[in-house]
Design a protein around this ligand. Structure first.
Ligand SMILES: Cc1cc2nc3c(=O)[nH]c(=O)nc-3n(C[C@H](O)[C@H](O)[C@H](O)COP(=O)(O)O)c2cc1C
Length: 365
């Protein structure tokens, strides 16, 4: 079906196509199906039950306005946002660019969103009418562009919408808000995350708190951040956001666009970061793997490197709304053919193999 309409969709500017997609999902014209279900795909992490491991990444539904339609695509969880306290318009357009030959996207959106008041109304509406939906919804929070005291914004967002979250994601890794990535600096990150863990701990539902990191971290930074995450007892980590890299294969006109690169070309880098974090934390912190996932092989690679769940964004642009369901079907086939009883058996498998081989090479990518 997507094959038929894709040429039309790709005639549109990326952001126009996206707005249209959100509208269609909101209208509910796509026949609704539930999350793809199979007991072998189910997992329980951070005290939350996930019907399948394929999630929608943050940035797709920034205002939490199309959650029901998105769930209808078969996702096992949905992350909405990034939301900021005040509404903001983001960077001037155009600010999203496709490079079809490499199945990549560059975006410098800069968190355009309608602000937490509208977001809260939308999530309340969803919770009101969909109390029986068993697909977890995560809320991704960020700071306004003009905020010079980041903690204030994140605390306020937790207070405002944390009660509606199956989990919360602290986004400190989008490259398009000046200074945001500096929050990953371990000396800042530790007191910052400690404060946010305390803030969410005060909520009645005490949702798990995850932090979303960039792929552009060197080994020293990964080691230091991993130690911080263990010390603050973070509930989970999302790896990764978009990259500032511009691989040689990209033509100059595209590569020169400012912003974060996503899709196939960030895949290996994000898998490597997952692998390193898994190793540094001994697999004790649940990892949500993201970056360039578009096939069952990509999902398995991320899980073997250490991810318990995966998310997709750019893959959806190039492969369409059938992707989550198709991935789930193929994962089940893979499990069946290879004698696994549940996807959790795949998680961190590369490291177990490497340990058996004397604990030497632990690289999973
Ligand atoms: C157009 C666009 C907007 C995005 N907006 C956000 C955002 O608001 N918050 C966030 O945490 N990540 C955002 N992301 C990053 C994705 O969630 C994801 O981490 C990244 O694109 C890598 O995954 P992918 O290769 O499957 O796209 C955005 C990505 C794209 C392409």
């Amino acid at each position: 079906m997507y094959g038929l309409i894709k040429p039309f969709v790709f005639q549109l500017k990326p952001e126009t196509a996206h707005k249209l997609t959100i509208k269609v999902l909101k209208m509910g014209v796509i026949p609704k199906k539930n999350a793809m279900k199979d007991s072998r795909l189910e997992s329980n992490l951070m005290g939350v039950s996930f019907p399948n491991p394929i999630g929608l990444a943050a940035g797709f539904d920034k205002n939490a306005e199309a959650i029901s339609g998105i769930i209808g695509m078969g996702f096992g969880f949905v992350e909405v946002g990034t939301v900021t306290p005040k509404a903001q318009v983001g960077n001037p357009t155009p600010r999203v660019f496709r490079h079809v030959a490499t199945k990549s996207v560059i975006n410098r959106m800069g968190f355009p969103n309608e602000g937490v008041a509208v977001f809260k109304e939308n999530i309340q509406k969803f919770r009101g009418k969909s109390s029986s939906v068993n697909v977890p919804v995560g809320l991704n929070i960020g700071m306004n562009k003009d905020q010079i005291e980041p903690e204030k914004d994140y605390r306020l967002l937790i207070q405002e919408v944390g009660q509606y979250a199956d989990y919360l994601t602290v986004n400190v890794s989008s490259p398009n808000t000046p200074g945001l990535r500096n929050l990953q600096n371990p000396e800042f990150l530790e007191p910052f995350l400690t404060a946010l863990m305390e803030e969410k701990g005060a909520l009645e539902n005490n949702p798990p708190l995850l932090v979303k990191l960039a792929p552009d971290l060197d080994d020293g930074q990964i080691k230091a951040i991993a130690k911080v995450l263990l010390r603050v007892k973070i509930d989970g980590v999302i790896l990764t956001n978009t990259t500032l890299d511009r691989p040689d294969v990209l033509p100059d006109a595209f590569a020169n666009e400012k912003g974060g690169l996503s899709g196939a070309l960030v895949k290996d880098k994000s898998t490597m970061v997952i692998s390193k974090f898994y190793k540094e934390t001994n697999g004790t912190i649940p990892i949500v793997g993201i970056g360039g996932v578009s096939s069952v092989e990509d999902v398995i690679e991320k899980m073997r490197a250490g991810a318990s769940l995966v998310q997709i964004y750019t893959g959806l642009i190039y492969h369409g709304p059938d992707l989550p369901r198709a991935l789930c079907k193929k994962i089940v086939e893979f499990l069946e053919q290879n004698g696994y009883n549940n996807i959790s058996e795949l998680v961190g498998e590369d490291h177990k193999k490497n340990n058996e081989q004397d604990g030497t090479n632990s690289s999973a990518a």
